[in-house]
Design a protein around this ligand. Structure first.
Ligand SMILES: NC(=O)c1ccc[n+]([C@@H]2O[C@H](COP(=O)([O-])OP(=O)(O)OC[C@H]3O[C@@H](n4cnc5c(N)ncnc54)[C@H](O)[C@@H]3O)[C@@H](O)[C@H]2O)c1
Length: 437
C-alpha cells in the first residue's frame, strides 16, 4: 500500500473508531476518501503558542491546511490569523469568518473540521478540549501543562486511554522529550551511565511573565481570562505552568512519579492586585518510591539569579542538563562519561511537529504522550498542594482530590470561584491553614 492510501485508511479508521460512524470534515460524508492527501488542521487557543505551533506544523513541509481557529476572544484570533496568513497565504490558510469560533464552546466546532488539532489555550480548559478531540477521533498536539487540578488530570488520563484504543497520535509540548541533548543524555542514564539515580535538583527560577491589568468595563470572568497566568483555575500556578518542564525531566530520569511531596512557598515580591492568587516561589522535595529525593525550586523574582536546568546524582557519577542543549555526564573525579555535542541540534518545538506529522502522513501510530503529560502535570499539582498546605502530601491523596477549580458556569457574566475582596485583592493560600486541594 502506498503512503497516500495508508494515510487515507488510517484517517478513515480513526474516524470510524470515533463513535461507530465516519466523522467527516465539514460534516460531508465521504470527504476523506475524495482523493486529497491534505491534512486539515485546527487551532484551539490562538495565542503565542497556538500561533507558533501552526507555524511549526506548516514548516514540516507536509500538505497541511489550516481550516479552523477557536479562541475565547475574537481579537486573539485576528492577531494570530494575520501573521499566519501573511506568511503562508491562501493555499495553506483557509479560515473564512464562519470557521473562526469565538467563546467557550467554539472548540467543539473547530475540532469537527480538522484531522489534527492543536490545543493551546490556558491549561484549565485542556482536559475538556482533549477529551473532545479524542471523542471525535482526532490526532492531537497539545501544550503542557494538561490540567490544573486532579479532576482535570483524571479526565486527561481517561481520554489518554481512549486515544490509545483509537490509535490517535498525541504529542504533548513537553519539548525536552523532542530535544537531542535530553534524549541522548537520558538514554545513557537509563543504560546505567551513572548507576542508580539517588538524588537531583530541578529549577525554574527567573523574573516572571506578563501581567494584563484590569480594564474598565471588564466582567470578572473576562478580567481573569485576560490575566489568566495569576489564577489557578486557568494556570495552576507557575509551578504547574512553567516548572512542569523540569519536574517532568526528573520523572523521565527516574522513570517513575513521586509518592509524596513536602515544601514551602509564598508571595514575596509579586503581591499586587493584578497578581491574583498564585505564589511567586515554591521549594519542594519530591520523594520517589525507591527513596530518591529530588529537590525542586521555582521562583519569579526579578533581579535575582536565574536558573532553569536539571542535575542528578547517581551511585557512580552525576549529570547536568539544561534547555541550552547541555548534557554532561561525569564521574565523581570529574572524568567525562558523556558530553553532548550541541552543534546544529534541531529546534525541539519544530521536532515535535516534524515527528508527529511524519507519523500521521505514514499512517503510523507512534505517539502516546498524554499519560506522561498528565502524570508530570500531576506532579506539579502535588508540589503546589505541598507548598500551599505546608504539609506532607501523598500522590494518592492529591490525585484522588474531588475539588475542581473550574467555575460552575463558563460565561462572561458568570463568576469564577476565587473573587477579590473590597480592596481588589485576591485570597491566596496560607501554609499551615490551607487544605490540600
Ligand atoms: N512548551 C512550551 O515551551 C510552551 C511555551 C509557551 C506556552 N506554552 C503553553 O501554551 C499554552 C498557551 O500559552 P500562551 O503563551 O500561548 O498563552 P496566550 O495567552 O498567548 O494564549 C492562550 C490563548 O488561549 C485563548 N483561550 C483562553 N481560553 C480559551 C478557551 N476556553 N478556548 C479557546 N481559547 C481560549 C486565549 O484567549 C489566548 O488567545 C499554555 O498552556 C502554556 O503553558 C508552552
Amino acid at each position: 500500500m502506498n503512503n497516500q492510501n495508508q494515510r487515507r485508511d488510517f484517517i478513515k479508521t480513526s474516524a470510524i473508531l470515533a463513535g461507530g460512524m465516519i466523522l467527516q470534515p465539514f460534516g460531508m460524508p465521504g470527504a476523506y476518501a475524495s482523493g486529497t492527501d491534505q491534512i486539515k488542521l485546527a487551532v484551539i487557543g490562538c495565542g503565542g503558542r497556538g500561533t507558533g505551533a501552526v507555524f511549526q506544523a506548516f514548516d514540516t513541509g507536509h500538505n497541511i491546511k489550516l481550516v479552523a481557529m477557536a479562541d475565547a476572544f475574537r481579537d486573539r484570533i485576528d492577531k494570530s490569523y494575520t501573521p499566519i496568513f501573511e506568511k503562508y497565504g491562501k493555499d495553506k490558510v483557509d479560515v473564512p469568518e464562519d470557521r473562526k469560533f469565538v467563546g467557550f464552546e467554539g472548540y467543539k466546532e473547530a475540532i469537527k473540521l480538522a484531522d489534527v488539532v492543536i490545543l493551546a489555550s490556558p491549561p484549565g480548559f485542556r482536559p475538556d478540549h482533549f477529551e473532545e478531540a479524542v471523542r471525535q477521533g482526532k490526532q492531537v498536539f497539545m501544550e503542557k501543562p494538561v490540567a490544573v487540578d486532579a479532576v482535570g488530570i483524571r479526565k486527561v488520563l481517561a481520554a489518554a486511554e481512549e486515544a490509545k484504543k483509537k490509535k490517535l497520535n498525541v504529542v504533548v509540548g513537553l519539548q525536552r522529550h523532542y530535544q537531542d541533548n535530553y534524549r541522548e543524555t537520558i538514554k545513557r542514564l537509563h543504560d546505567g551511565a551513572i548507576g542508580d539515580i539517588v538524588g537531583g535538583q530541578v529549577y525554574w527560577n527567573d523574573g516572571g511573565v506578563w501581567v494584563n491589568p484590569r480594564q474598565p468595563g471588564q466582567t470578572e470572568m473576562e478580567y481573569q481570562m485576560r490575566n489568566w497566568y495569576y489564577f489557578n483555575w486557568l494556570c495552576g500556578d507557575h509551578i504547574n505552568e512553567q516548572h512542569v518542564h523540569n519536574i517532568d525531566v526528573a520523572n523521565w530520569v527516574k522513570n517513575s512519579y513521586p509518592v509524596s511531596a513536602y515544601g514551602t512557598g509564598g508571595r514575596q515580591v509579586r503581591t499586587g492586585k493584578d497578581h491574583g492568587e498564585i505564589f511567586d516561589h515554591h521549594s519542594i522535595t519530591f520523594t520517589y518510591a525507591d527513596g530518591t529525593v529530588i529537590f525542586s525550586e521555582c521562583r519569579h523574582f526579578p533581579g535575582a539569579a536565574n536558573r532553569v536546568d536539571e542535575s542528578f546524582q547517581g551511585t557512580k557519577g552525576k549529570v547536568y542538563m539544561s534547555a541550552g542543549n547541555h548534557g554532561n555526564i561525569t564521574d565523581y573525579k570529574g572524568n567525562s562519561i558523556y558530553s553532548h555535542n550541541r552543534e546544529n541540534n534541531p529546534n525541539p518545538y519544530q521536532v515535535e511537529h516534524d515527528e508527529l506529522f511524519a507519523a500521521i502522513v505514514k499512517g503510523e501510530y507512534k505517539f502516546a504522550d498524554a499519560e506522561n503529560g498528565a502524570k508530570s502535570t500531576m506532579t506539579a499539582i502535588l508540589g503546589r498542594n505541598a507548598t500551599y498546605s505546608g504539609k506532607v502530601v501523598t500522590w494518592d491523596e492529591a490525585l484522588n482530590s474531588e475539588i475542581s477549580l473550574m467555575p460552575d458556569t463558563l460565561a462572561w457574566d458568570a463568576m469564577p470561584k476565587v473573587l477579590p475582596n473590597a480592596d481588589g485583592y485576591y485570597p491566596f493560600a496560607i501554609p499551615g491553614k490551607t487544605k490540600v486541594i
